[in-house]
Design a protein around this ligand. Sequence first.
Ligand code: ZN
Length: 322
Amino acid sequence: MTILRRSLSSSRFANLPWIDGIITGITTGSIHRRTRRILISLALGTAILLFILGTPAQAVQVQIQPMEPQLGDTISAVIQADAASEPPTVMMNQKSYPTFAIGSNRYRALLPTTPLDSPGNLTIQVNAGQNTNNSSQPVTLQLRDREFPTQSIWLSGDADSLGTDHEFDRVDAFKALVTPEKLWSGAFQRPNQGEISTIYGVRRYYNGEFAQDYFHRGVDYAAPVGDPVVAPAAGTIALVGRVEDGFELHGNTIGIDHGQGVESILIHLSRIDVKEGDVVQAGQQIGAVGSTGAATGPHLHWGLYVNSQCVDPVPWRNEGFE
Ligand SMILES: [Zn+2]
């Protein structure tokens, strides 16, 4: 009962991010929402904020970047503690995110945002150590609204019944991975040299109805069957799924765990050159473009996940998160 289960948290067509790529018969437009004024007077860049936790001996310094995030951005929160302590946790809008050591008494959390978030206030708070009650004063950022293109798609029949429990379970478990070691280094590479055919975040109307829970969870590259697919960054192959094993929606699939809650998923492949457990380097060929699964033509779909949420890969491709 895949669809029943999925419908609990999704609108009817929300699980169809994969029917994408080269689609005929779509119309495009854009959602215009009033762009909100940014209330923060700081220029783009990093803010250094000093929090006092309990006593002055427990002061922590927090750097947040970018200070003017927009929907889909990943927010980096770097915490410098005065003294050795347990890894802190970071709360954003009441949700807790892990931190990882990136230096002496220095920790980082990566906080995802998506097109489904509401623009406006983002409240970030640091909790020093899991066994203490020391919480920082919350800091409020403004999450900027952003226009995403829209597509209108007309479906008939049982298009929404595609997908097996097996593939959903495996993909969900993959996206939830949080392994402590950071394996990527520097900016991410593009996984294929084809032209981008659909950007991140495109919203849809299905049969004339706006799909509230849908956004294009990745970037599509148009390329012929057999064109190389490379790892966008180093990592461990944590998921290999094949059509014959029930990956009817995603098609042949590779999932790369880059560490610290960051994962790439590459789908619709014609060929898979790696196996689970392999360690791959940035730029290493791992498979080839195809049109397996629910794809209307050959293309590569690359989705980038941070703490289970699909984020815009563009900032990761440009500057990256060291
Ligand atoms: Zn796609």
